[in-house]
Write a protein that binds this ligand. Sequence first.
Ligand code: HEM
Length: 400
Amino acid sequence: MDSSRAYVPDDLGSTEFLADPYPLYRAFRDGPPVYFKRIPAGAGPGIDKPIYAWGLLKYADILAAVRDPEAFSSNTPSVMTMVPRFTLLHDDPPRHTLLRRLVSKAFSPRRVSDLEPWLVRVAGELVDKLGEGPTEILDGLARPLPMRVICALLGIPSDQAVTFRHWSEATIGYAGIPAEERRQRIGELHAFLGREVAARRAKHTDDLIAALVEAEIEGARLNDAEAVGFCMTLLVAGNETTTGLIGNCLHILAQEPELWRRAREDRGLVEPILTETLRYASPTQRLTRVARRTVEIGGATIPEGSLVDVVYGAANRDPAVFSDPDTFRVDRPTSEGLAFGSGIHFCLGAALAKTEARIALNAMLDRYARVELGAEPAVRQRVAFATLNFVSLPLVLYKR
Ligand code: HEM
């Protein structure tokens, strides 16, 4: 290893860190970008020595990096990040520019707003089933709602949502699914989506997959592989993250009974609560870029070809931008910070995610006078590299 690199907090990749990354962000954010062991040797096929990455923790450094796709590419080699490639998310200009224009045509604000009445009904049905008393809110609401939404968008019947979920969990890369089975499930999902795309080419339907295959800009269209790849991106980008937003928000509110009471009376608080959740407990904690050339940033010289993690979760607690950053406050000037990224890769589903979470939270506020943490402790996700989420979030619900 190059001894000129100041320090190597190996634990930035540890499971403890993934469950609660904030103490480490605080410890290292004032200094130059960190350099740490990202993937241990032997973690995957072809990884015979550890893979290191730079981590940007300051808001200003991250903003500079993501606004400069010339220097910081999203086209990260999957063998180095152990994440499959996803259309759009891992593309650079000029290909990204064209793909983004094409999918934005299909994934329009209108498509999101058209979903609203249906979403209110589905969220209401899910919350009604929770009843009163102890519940596992991830199973009852935070997981099924985003999955139902993606299925509805894509035009996949909701009775297939469970199979779909089984496949997409493998795509997201849950630990505990053996590599061979993971590959098999991803293969099945690919084949399924391929058939759906082919069916839309044969016969028009009124859904996002049809809109994707029909979108055309100056004679350019998505081919089958790109359309399937983008559906995979939606599954990964839109599910786990929105589950994280709903779960993280309810976890916070279960510990803030006064805020719950106020929000029940004044629904104008719902939006600031969600915005502050996105900042305070950002579901997408970090994503990776690769340096296309040697770059100077935040006092470090990052050599060409290095992996660079943009740690959005750390930026959103940066005291240079947010006063009293480690306190959850709904009265701050509203900003979700970099929770949805910035620049050309800014989250395409931000409006949809906020709509889903707003409707879910309103459905809970409509029905419950109080929400408390359950007797069993909530368990944080410790496997997915990029997200801050729960694997288990027991709550107790009170109607009066
Ligand atoms: C609270 C929920 C969500 C969070 C926190 C979130 C966060 C993000 C972030 C940080 C990025 C930027 C990626 C980068 O910098 O490389 C992103 C991109 C993206 N998100 Fe989201 N997302 C959420 C929900 C959704 C939903 C519901 C969808 C769609 C159904 C979605 C679709 C996408 C897509 C397609 C991209 C790629 C855009 C591009 O590369 O041009 N996201 N998201």
